[in-house]
Design a protein around this ligand. Structure first.
Ligand code: PEP
Ligand code: MG
Length: 325
């Protein structure tokens, strides 16, 4: 299979009806970025910066952070990379950071919440990213945003640090884009406030589905009971796609859904065109895209989502569609 997928490397991911689908990597360590050569992906849609912190035995210094980010950018060449701010806590344990035991760590003091309460940690990281970019484009993604005003707070913080760069003797990035993760359900109902302020958004289906279904993503006993592409979840995802389109902002899916063929089909059927996934999924997803008539699928899926009369799950419908075509 690997040789088969490697042969697709230079084939553009264009569907049978001519739609270009952007395929990107999820990454976090330099080692897996070497895979870009092999897969022909267009860039890195999600760089999980917390991985450097998780594998270290003590807090990485600013110099070490700058080095990692600069090297990641160098490896990318002209391809874009999106750096996500630290998403520590929950299932992502950093052993040298003292934390108190929490009843519900996934819903606890983690990620952006921690960053806003500990601005020194955030400041160090933002400075490291800005310094590493120096003269190159920089894209920063904010995780676990629960309210639009939290996003605004971080955005102002980043812009202030960017203003300071020349005085500290550093060049500003060529361009600076700031985006928000959409992975907390409350934000679905504030998209009209969030989207005008963001340059792009990225859906984290792992957390979004966990919170929508109140089913722990790490507990298969409950997580497997709720199909992530069942009608209510697809309707939630479509809210984001439609709103992003209305405000003219790019939306990427960077949760695990994007890397599974039937699930990715579901995403294309609601109008998503940018998918970010583990490197080993690029081949299978590209193959699915090449064989798919997106417009035909969209028409049928829209009917299914809107009217909701069809018996059976979205998954059954998608499998049946794939067989029919
Ligand atoms: C997600 O929640 O879907 C996501 C991409 O972030 P993570 O898996 O790192 O929480
Ligand atoms: Mg997440």
């Amino acid at each position: 299979r690997r040789a088969h997928y490697a042969a697709l490397k230079d084939t553009p991911p264009v569907s049978r009806d001519g739609q270009h689908i952007t395929l990107l990597h999820n990454s976090g360590l330099l080692a897996d970025m070497a895979m870009l050569e092999e897969t022909g992906a267009e860039g890195v849609g999600l760089f999980r910066t917390e991985l450097q912190f998780m594998i270290a035995s003590k807090m990485p210094r600013v110099k070490e952070q700058v080095e990692l980010y600069a090297q990641a950018m160098r490896l990318m060449g002209d391809k874009p990379i999106v750096f996500r701010l630290l998403d520590i806590g929950g299932d992502k344990v950093v052993p040298y950071m003292r934390s108190t035991a929490e009843e519900n760590p996934a819903m606890g003091w983690r990620s952006l919440r921690l960053a806003l309460d500990r601005p020194a940690l955030l400041r160090t990281q933002v400075r490291a990213l800005l310094q590493a970019a120096s003269g190159k484009p920089l894209r920063i993604l904010v995780p676990m945003v629960t309210e639009a005003r939290e996003y605004m707070k971080v955005k102002r913080f980043i812009l202030r640090e960017n203003e300071r760069l020349p005085r500290l003797g550093f060049a500003q990035p060529e361009t600076l884009e700031i985006g928000s993760m959409i992975e907390v359900p409350s934000l679905l109902f504030e998209l009209d406030r969030l989207l005008p302020e963001t340059d792009f958004v990225s859906i984290g289906s792992n957390d979004l589905i966990q919170f929508l279904t109140a089913a722990d993503r790490a507990n298969p006993r409950v997580a497997n009971n709720y199909d992530p592409i069942a009608r209510p979840r697809l309707r939630a995802l479509k809210l984001v796609v439609d709103a992003a389109q209305k405000y003219g902002k790019p939306v990427t899916m960077c949760g695990e859904l994007a890397g599974r063929p039937i699930e990715a089909m579901a995403l294309l059927s609601i109008g998503m065109t940018r998918l970010s996934m583990g490197a080993s999924s690029i081949g299978p997803i590209k193959e699915m895209v090449l064989g798919l008539d997106v417009a035909a699928l969209k028409a049928e899926m829209n009917d299914y989502l809107e009217n909701g009369e069809t018996e059976g799950s979205a998954r059954e419908f998608l499998v049946e569609f794939a067989e029919r075509h």
